[in-house]
Design a protein around this ligand. Sequence first.
Ligand SMILES: [Zn+2]
Ligand SMILES: [Zn+2]
Length: 787
Amino acid sequence: MIARVSLEIALRKEFDYSIPPELEGQVDVGSRVQVPFGARKVLGVVTAAAEESGHANLKPIIKVIGTQTLVTAKVLKLARWIGEYYCCAPETALRSVLPEAVRKEDAGWRERLFVRVLPVIGGFPKLPKSQQRVWNIIEERRGILLAELAALASTTAATIRKLEDRGLVSITNEISVRDPYANETILASQPIVLNPAQAVALQKIKAAMNRNEDRELKIEDGKREPSSTLLLHGVTGSGKTEIYLQAIAHSLEQGKGAIVLVPEISLTPQTVERFKARFSSGKLQTLVAVLHSHLSAGERHDEWHKIRQGRARIAIGARSAIFAPVEPLGLIIVDEEHESTYKQEESPRYHARDVAVMRGQMENAVVVLGSATPSMESFYNCKIGKFTLLDLPERVDNQKMPHVRVVDMRQTARDGKGPPIFSPQLKEAITQRLERKEQTILFLNRRGYSTSLQCPKCGYLANCPNCSITLTYHRPEQKLACHICGHVEKVPPACPEPKCKNPAIRFAGTGTQKVEDILGKLFPHARIRRMDADVMKRKDDYQRVLGEFRRGKIDILIGTQMIAKGLHFPNVTLVGIIYADMALHQPDFRAAERTFQLLTQVAGRAGRGEVEGEVFVQAFTPFHPAIQFARRHDFIGFYEQEIEFRKQLKYPPSSRAALLTLKGRNEDKVKFSAEHLKRELEKLTKSTAASAAVVSTLVDDAGLFDEGVKLNTRGACVPQANAFRDLIISGPSPAPLLRAENFYRYQIMLRTRAMSRLSQVLAHIVGKLVLPDDVMLAVDIDPANLG
Ligand SMILES: [Zn+2]
Ligand SMILES: [Zn+2]
């Protein structure tokens, strides 16, 4: 037998190896193996088994890595789709489906010495006092870690060994599971009675799950129907999580598991606890496994294996948890589906929400996407009938939506001296909250003190030497820092221009540090805390500050997007957004969408308790639609107007986009390479014959992602002669941030409705393209960020 192996070193190629007799029966599709490659030994994944190979003199597989670490056939198929659709080497896609801690050969289970009681044979011996004390503890506990027992009995291992010599206990190495939540006591929770809107939504999700179960019986005939994806559009505080919990319960009743994706930043103990409380308390110790980057490698290894072995049926985690080996899978939930953090910004550049939709289709699982501010893409998919829309228009417990006031900061700027930070209206509102002992959240998505340093005399501007961006002034450390590459320098005492030397250099632009500073002067008795990446250095800082805020030890919390998501504090009755239009002026077609989402999410933090919330949105462009629709909590209104703009300019979701970025240290070479690439693209996509030759082996799932793709009776795609009739190639043009970390970047943007097909053409071009040594090309399908 022959095994076809995809190696972990990215070669965009698979290699055949023979299976030696001693490994027969151990090598399967999905097995992870070590194989010889030239003089090296490398790891890889078996992607297929074959009777014979086109190559002679095959080398044998050296060994199989762990019987449990294999990639399941379903996840393998998903990885192949990622490689094809996102236009990356298949081994790059494969590598991303297993966490590092699981993939490494040496990482494994932690074994520790356990003491266990043995049945007493004959009479019980009279023990010396010290041994009797140990026995009293162990007799009650039956089994305990040796180290823990020694500590409890204040004795040494040697004393415990004496009990072993008497045949009373056994001491053996056993696997000890590292549970990141072992020290938390979680009280069980019961399902809550749903309000009518919640009940309807849950009923529709359950109906989709039941339909999928029926379909499973008929699936043998090979016919594929699109699986069910539902978009749960519920305003902030409308009780989406309770629906998720009850839908998961239904999945478990069907004998299937679930995956829950939440943005990394929302993966707080508060969130995890809600899922554990319902499914992992008491006897159900291990039903929920948590996967995220804050766990130690050992914990990640153990949590992953809990899922792999079926001891945990529910996986909850950030982006990469979409690859959790839950089997059989009944339900995938993507909470806050609009979040751009679901998109991985390095290869494979996959979007976890889209991977979820694809995985749901492949495994016949229901996918629920939830958000108060759905992405344009998902809402559009509801409009064209690909997804089903579920609505939760009201908050639970009759809480009212917060009252949003837009403050025209141009007025404040005219009235005051210097740059306005707090309007009189916001100052007054904060004063009231301090008097009433209610809490305030202030939001500004820019850290540091001042965002630029300028010389008014000669026009000097402190720029990063490696990036085309200004340096931010950080007052506590008296330094200038680049927020792109991390470059740091001292604050100059005078203008550094040799001919100028003006000592009166000026700081401008406001960051969170300055807000904190000025707020402290305005309200000297208020307890103020700041929450941004500069103060949240350790992983528990975030939890500690939120804990203090919850206990009422902080009056005003200032923060960046860290505080925008999912936090629920009943005593917060005021939210102030310092500069609401800051993100509006970015050169990105999603600027308005991002602003609308951010304003709605931040505003949603107010009024989550008894008292109605109030939100002040300070803006220099107060009449911008993104701000006005957010003020009225009007998602549909925003969508209707935004989709017109996207359709006119053929931007997603009315088409799909791919961003090709070339970067290198020599700007001319980068520019030249970009122009060369554009000519190649035009050649290939304009010639129908050439593109038909490339697009011969189409992924059979293209129908989900491409519009107008015809499926033949066997479910395979039929290549169409006019595949790229709608293709738009724009650029090359300098990236909005032309220079980053010393690399010049030029971009070409492609737009088409047939992205699966375009990806294949791109893979073909990328494979053949000859670039200068120091110019690199990155292909980003469905880019989230145009930076
Ligand atoms: Zn100067
Ligand atoms: Zn920089």
